[in-house]
Write a protein that binds this ligand. Structure first.
Ligand SMILES: Cc1ncc(COP(=O)(O)O)c(C=O)c1O
Length: 463
């Protein structure tokens, strides 16, 4: 091998020769930039105020290291900062330290979860972590799961498996039942599955945002009269608007009586099932056929981190396996590209594994419990005379001034969001049934009671 080639390798890729000093120095410098950005969170606020972003595009010749580090700094300064204690808008908490390391290691390994040959140890790691979760939530030994890039994809994996399991293929009469408060991505799932939006049937919710059981029974009966074939009922374990939990126990009884696949969308609340935190409605989730758990949304595992757990692993194999003619397979070990929609897939499981190993059950419980404590503190201290509160057992609160007309909710919430942003509080503005709400998501570990008090003072002052 010529000297020139070795030098080029050093510039472009990690080298198998020498000590990779160049890469070490790049990583150190990038680490410093990132950590300074974290430390500067208070100075810059949760969102950049100037949105006139200008990015340099690649030129004929490559750019210098200095140019690239200045690009990185520019990018950081103009990004949403989840570490800021006022970042309370969405299900995007600060990244867990060990999870950041996990992403780095996964990038360096550049293994591929498509096939065992391309990721031998990580294939087994992902299988083991899925099994570990499955056992924790009370599934038995035939259970397992598959990681995917986000809650939408985990839910979609489940729905495709459910439809296949029901033998419905692309039957245009096949329908899916979700509650009115279920996540909007189920509309997308329905479209991807080649179904009409009418094939997504919404079950009414009660005044707590939970699926109405009588209405579920009525709709199931009506489907059978109308010759509609239900391939799954989705119970939401933590709704996006207010963290409500559907009555899973009753829904699971109905599904088992009627032999319908029960999928739980636990994108928000599923992770709580690992802990002993007393959350109403978390029991019996092991009665489901499948459940999505999405640790990126509250635990701080860096995006994306989502698992679909299934009570019977062979339902995934039967649904997704096509054979990979260009890849060899090992006896008794599935190529994980054959267990879900995604083919090539990064080793996202590493950051989940390291995050969980670092936290242990006590750390997991501490983070989740703290989010409930912050939610409780917010609700205890918000003025009940002024605001109508919408919240469930989890860490999300939506609210509106009492008596506000739906038509006024749009401009009122937009105005408040803008004012809060100027004071470095970032809240969200979900639209639900024609009305806008203000919403806080209390999953930010850096948010202390003093910040919540400050937020509440501002809200009172704006009324
Ligand atoms: C209840 C629920 N399900 C599914 C999703 C979709 O998750 P993702 O954005 O990771 O695809 C969300 C997103 O917020 C959600 O709140």
């Amino acid at each position: 091998m010529t000297e020139d080639l070795i030098n080029n390798n050093d510039i472009y890729f990690p080298s198998h020769i020498g000590t990779n000093d160049e890469l070490i120095s790049l990583l150190n410098r990038a680490t410093l930039s990132l950590c300074h950005w974290f430390s500067d969170a208070e100075k810059y606020g949760p969102l950049p105020l100037d949105e006139d972003f200008k990015f340099n595009m690649p030129g004929e010749n490559g750019n210098s290291k200095e140019d690239l580090f200045s690009d990185i700094d520019y990018l950081l300064r103009n990004s949403f900062n989840p570490v800021h204690p006022g970042s309370l808008a969405h299900l995007d908490p600060p990244p867990l330290n060990f999870s950041i390391l996990g992403d780095l290691i996964a990038a360096g390994l550049n293994n591929n979860l498509l096939a065992y040959d391309l990721s031998p140890s990580i294939t087994l790691l992902e299988e083991s972590i899925c099994k570990w979760f499955a056992m924790k939530i009370g599934f038995n030994n035939s259970a397992g799961g598959i990681a995917a890039s986000g809650g939408t994809l985990s839910n979609l994996n489940a729905l495709i498996a459910a439809r296949n399991n029901a033998g419905l293929g692309s039957d245009p009469n096949s329908v899916l039942l979700v509650s009115e408060d279920a996540h909007s991505s189920f509309i997308k799932c329905t479209r991807i599955m080649g179904l009409h939006e009418n094939n997504l049937i919404r079950i009414k919710t009660d005044n707590k945002g939970c699926m109405h059981i009588q209405n579920l029974r009525k709709i199931i009966d009506k489907c059978s009269v109308d010759n509609k074939k239900i391939f799954a009922v989705v119970a939401t374990l933590g709704s996006t608007l207010r963290g409500a939990i559907d009555p899973i126990n009753e829904i699971s009884k109905i599904c088992s009586e009627r032999n319908i696949w029960l999928h739980i969308d636990g994108s928000i609340g599923g992770i709580f099932a690992l802990t002993s935190i007393p959350i109403e409605g978390l029991k019996n989730i092991n009665q489901a056929n499948s459940i999505t758990i999405n640790p990126q949304k509250i635990l701080g595992i860096t995006k994306t981190s989502s698992l679909l757990l299934v009570s019977k692993m062979n339902t995934l194999e039967n649904t997704f396996s096509t054979g990979l003619p260009y890849i060899s397979s090992k006896k008794n070990i599935s190529n994980r590209g054959e267990l879900g929609i995604q083919g090539s897939r990064p080793a996202e499981i590493i950051k989940l594994w390291l995050g969980l190993r670092f936290l242990g059950m006590k750390g997991i419980e501490d983070i989740l419990k703290s989010s409930i404590d912050r939610k409780d503190f917010f609700i205890e201290n918000i003025s009940k005379n002024n605001f109508e509160i919408y919240s469930g057992p989890l860490h999300i609160v939506s609210f509106l001034p009492k008596g506000i007309m739906p038509k006024d909710s749009d401009s009122w919430t937009q105005n408040i969001i803008n004012k809060l942003m100027k004071n470095n509080f970032m809240l969200s503005r979900p639209k639900f049934k024609g009305k806008y709400f203000l919403r806080v998501v209390m999953g930010n570990y850096n948010t202390k009671e003093s910040h919540i008090e400050e937020l509440l003072k501002l809200l009172d002052a704006y009324l």
